[in-house]
Design a binder for this molecule. Sequence first.
Ligand code: KG4
Ligand code: ZN
Length: 342
Amino acid sequence: MRILAIESSCDETAAAVIEDGRRILSNVIDSQVETHALYGGVVPEIASRGHMQAIVRVTEAALREAECTREELDAVAATCAPGLIGAVLVGANFGKALALSLGKPFVPVHHIRGHIAANYLAYPELEPPFLTLVASGGHSLLVLTRGYTDFEIIGGTRDDAAGEAFDKTARVLGAGYPGGPKIDALAQKGDPQKYRLPQSHVKDAPLDFSFSGLKTAVINLVHNAEQKGEGIDRAALAAAFQQAVVDTLVPRLRLAVRQTGAKTLVCAGGVAANSALRAALQRLAAEERCTLCLPPLALCGDNAAMIGAQAYYELLAGHVGVSGQNAYATAEISEDLCQKRG
Ligand code: KG4
Ligand code: ZN
């Protein structure tokens, strides 16, 4: 079964053709990152317009690279939540209209379910159930993936997502946008012990965490140094920050492994590309005797291949959009987007 998938929830316009949920026939990504870097972050209005301009070209490229005609497609899928709503609407509406014109089913996909499904493309043997750490720009969650379309959130951030914390810290350190890869590179050259940063604890919720205190600590450190006319060791602060994020996420994942008895660990989202997090997850998996799945770097960030992988399982579960299918800025990972109203 061949699915054309579209992703436009943030600043990447992407289209892919995926066979049987597991095989990438094409995976085209048109990034607007250079445009948004001028502003130090994603400008929603510019992102939406960028998707409008790119979506036909990107979709045609995906079909061409897959050597697949529109008529050979079995379904069309698109991210319908969560994301910048103006941006999501471009891909969702385009996908819906294309499906309608071809007389094929339209499959609405939850973006974070897609991030998890990126692992199905890299690990042919991977099947639910497994324990998932989601760490992206907008979400940081511990999720029990019980089935391909069955998710339970067991922990998560009370405020900023991990990627958001990376982006904000990079901004304070003047490291540029997007912050995650910049901090990752800067941290390679720094001593993580030089600065002491706080750890968060959420009372009576051991699987929950928070990044706002960490972010404030970095801001205060930089401002105090500036006021005193002292320099900051940017590499050391980046390394200390990155270590603090890893030390927040990994112990909670360890606790979740022990509480759930999970044997397979899966990481998903843009922050899964972080070198320190990947190394710490490998150590954790070895210590807890778990199988670990880390998406290849090319599938950590936003792409449409992951949406096509998840769409296959949504279609098998009968989750087909109706003509009135809407898109949403927010939606829980456990929600069925076909049933959601409003
Ligand atoms: O999953 P994603 O592509 O988009 C969302 O769905 O939000 O995640 C983007 C986030 C950004 O915050 C970016 O800074 C972060 O992932 N990121 C990283 C790295 N590469 C991307 N964070 C830490 N280390 C990295 N190497
Ligand atoms: Zn994403």
